[in-house]
Design a protein around this ligand. Structure first.
Ligand SMILES: [Zn+2]
Length: 288
């Protein structure tokens, strides 16, 4: 690469890093709601890029997600780097078996914020095995949080590179996005990862489950209890939501950096355990 090329890349990265903090909350958290009306924050232009060169495709991704282009597009585009066997498609699950009194707490969107560390602290204090779904871009820009997740021994699955709406992407775009979170997390921490994929916003289509399978992901993990914690709900609202809907095999959607999640967790954990539920990782819930 020429000197000017290197400079341009460095400059783009700096601008993106400065800009992303404000953007992440506005776009990232807003994109978590699994409803068709929430797609606007991600931009309306889809990234096809099927006949385009790599650089054109990457530019398209940037405009779609508001995040910097992937620097590993060429390697991410082919196969998976985790050594997981490919399968025709990943299986979509919304809950686990209902014959066991188990519930899985899951945490998305690894924004490096004080609230995220507070959430980790509570989970560690109460010794809750939990599953995190990490975004590659935030592993790169907030490595300390990724390392803290690893240190806590939590289970980690994938939540794409840039929190993209998977239904807006071509297969080529999906190959760049899916698996980037777990790949970057594992490369940074050396900690284990599991073949579980959580689609941003819950948006999936046939090509999403096919590319997830191709990348070796066994399950596309949805949820059946949505705490809506990312909307800024109070600890009481979050708690009522979980307790009012708790059932065998439930998968609870939470966000590690949401404002009142850490505050709500001690009550939720205590009350679920008192009600006889065992808190487990998604892989345990699904008997993987
Ligand atoms: Zn998310």
């Amino acid at each position: 690469m020429s000197r000017s090329g290197s400079f341009m890349r460095a400059r783009i990265a700096t601008v993106a890093a400065v800009g992303f903090l404000g953007l992440s909350l506005a776009v990232g958290l807003a994109a978590c709601n699994p409803g068709p009306t929430t797609t606007t924050g991600l931009g309306s232009t889809s990234t096809t890029g099927t006949s385009a060169s790599t650089s054109t495709s990457v530019v398209g991704l940037t405009s779609t997600t508001g995040l910097p282009p992937s620097t590993t597009a060429s390697s991410a585009a082919g196969g998976n780097t985790s050594g997981w066997p490919s399968r025709p498609s990943a299986e979509v699950v919304r809950h686990g078996p209902t014959d066991k009194k188990m519930i899985a707490l899951t945490f998305d969107d690894n924004y490096q914020m004080p609230t995220a560390y507070a959430t980790l602290k509570v989970l560690e204090k109460y010794k809750v095995p939990a599953t995190f779904f990490v975004i590659g871009h935030y592993v790169d820009t907030g490595p300390a949080l990724a390392k803290a997740i690893a240190k806590g021994g939590f289970e980690v699955g994938d939540h794409t590179r840039s929190h993209a709406n998977c239904t807006k992407l071509s297969k080529r775009g999906l190959r760049i996005e899916i698996g980037n979170g777990t790949d970057h997390y594992h490369a940074l921490t050396g900690a284990p990862i599991v073949p579980l994929f959580r689609p941003p916003g819950g948006f999936i289509d046939q090509k999403t489950v096919e590319v997830a399978g191709e990348k070796g992901f066994r399950y596309v993990v949805m949820w059946d209890i949505d705490t809506n914690d990312w909307r800024g709900h109070t600890a009481a609202q979050i708690t009522d939501n979980v307790m009012g809907n708790a059932h065998n095999g439930a998968i609870v959607l939470m966000h590690v950096a949401a404002k009142h999640t850490a505050e709500a967790l001690p009550g939720i954990i205590t009350r679920l355990r008192k009600a006889g539920y065992q808190l487990v990782t998604v892989s345990t819930l699904l008997g993987m």
